[in-house]
Design a protein around this ligand. Structure first.
Ligand code: ADP
Length: 241
């Protein structure tokens, strides 16, 4: 049994229970995409490319009154501790669907009838919480692509390890812990677009965990905003610290 929280209340990487890992977001990192972003969320490293809105092929799949949002979450073979088979796994297919459903409420898809918007998430390195980091980065890449949005979407996981509710689980905490709950919100509309729970929480723990996740999302939203402001209004060139 791994000791996940020490006697000082600190986690294996030195974080407090209510602390997220360091976050860095860059905007417009790919020249061939309509919008793109790169996120480092602790050891997670994910690049997102958005293409569209563009014509749907085959044409009969097009919707007359709105655009179709398609997300593909893919893990590079070298992204995990053991080589991941390059073929899409059931987990990647499920996460692609979950990410799409978490982002869709924020997009004004009715503005782009008969089109498709493709969002490609390439996980270069995964360390727990990659779907949340992926959602956060995708919202930024969609904004960079100029897609009309009602709000941003921002995500963070929360869970339970060694009997304590903790924020933003890493891979070891996710595997050894008792519960993992990814949450995504639209921070200005104050609405939840993703809530999953793997494991068991009491109603009291759930309430505490959810509040922790929402507070963390509000903090991460500021990082999203700053990344977009730096790209569009700042003096910094992309890639510079
Ligand atoms: P999330 O990354 O959103 O927390 P999961 O809870 O399904 O998604 O996965 C937790 C972590 O497990 C991932 O971030 C990654 O570090 C690890 N993992 C996922 N799939 C694999 C795999 N095929 N091989 C090795 N590690 C994996």
């Amino acid at each position: 049994m791994v000791e996940l929280i020490d006697e000082k209340g600190l986690r294996m990487d030195g974080r407090r229970v209510d602390e997220t890992r360091p976050i860095k977001i860059e905007v417009g990192v790919l020249k061939n995409a309509d919008g793109s972003s790169y996120i480092e969320f602790g050891k997670n490293k994910i690049i997102v490319a958005v293409y569209g809105p563009k014509e749907v092929h085959p044409k009969h799949l097009a919707l007359p009154d709105r655009s179709i949002l398609r997300c593909r979450y893919h893990m590079a073979p070298f992204s995990t501790d053991t080589r991941k088979h390059p073929q899409p796994s059931r987990r990647e297919i499920e996460i692609s669907k979950v990410i799409s459903e978490a982002l869709e409420p924020a997009l004004i898809l009715e503005e782009y009838p008969r089109t498709v918007i493709n969002v490609y998430l390439e996980v270069l390195q995964a360390d727990g919480g990659s779907r949340c980091a992926g959602i956060t980065a995708s919202a930024v890449a969609l904004a960079d692509a100029g897609i009309s949005m009602r709000d941003m979407v921002v995500a963070c996981a929360v869970g339970k390890i060694s009997g304590k509710v903790v924020l933003d689980l890493d891979d070891t905490e996710d595997k050894e812990g008792e519960a993992d709950m990814p949450v995504a919100i639209m921070p200005n509309l104050n609405q939840t677009t993703l809530l999953q729970l793997d494991g068991i929480l009491t109603p009291e723990e759930f309430e505490k965990a959810f509040e922790m996740a929402v507070n963390a999302c509000r903090h991460i939203y500021e990082v999203q905003r700053k990344a977009l402001i730096d790209k569009y209004f700042g003096e910094d060139e992309v890639g510079e610290e």
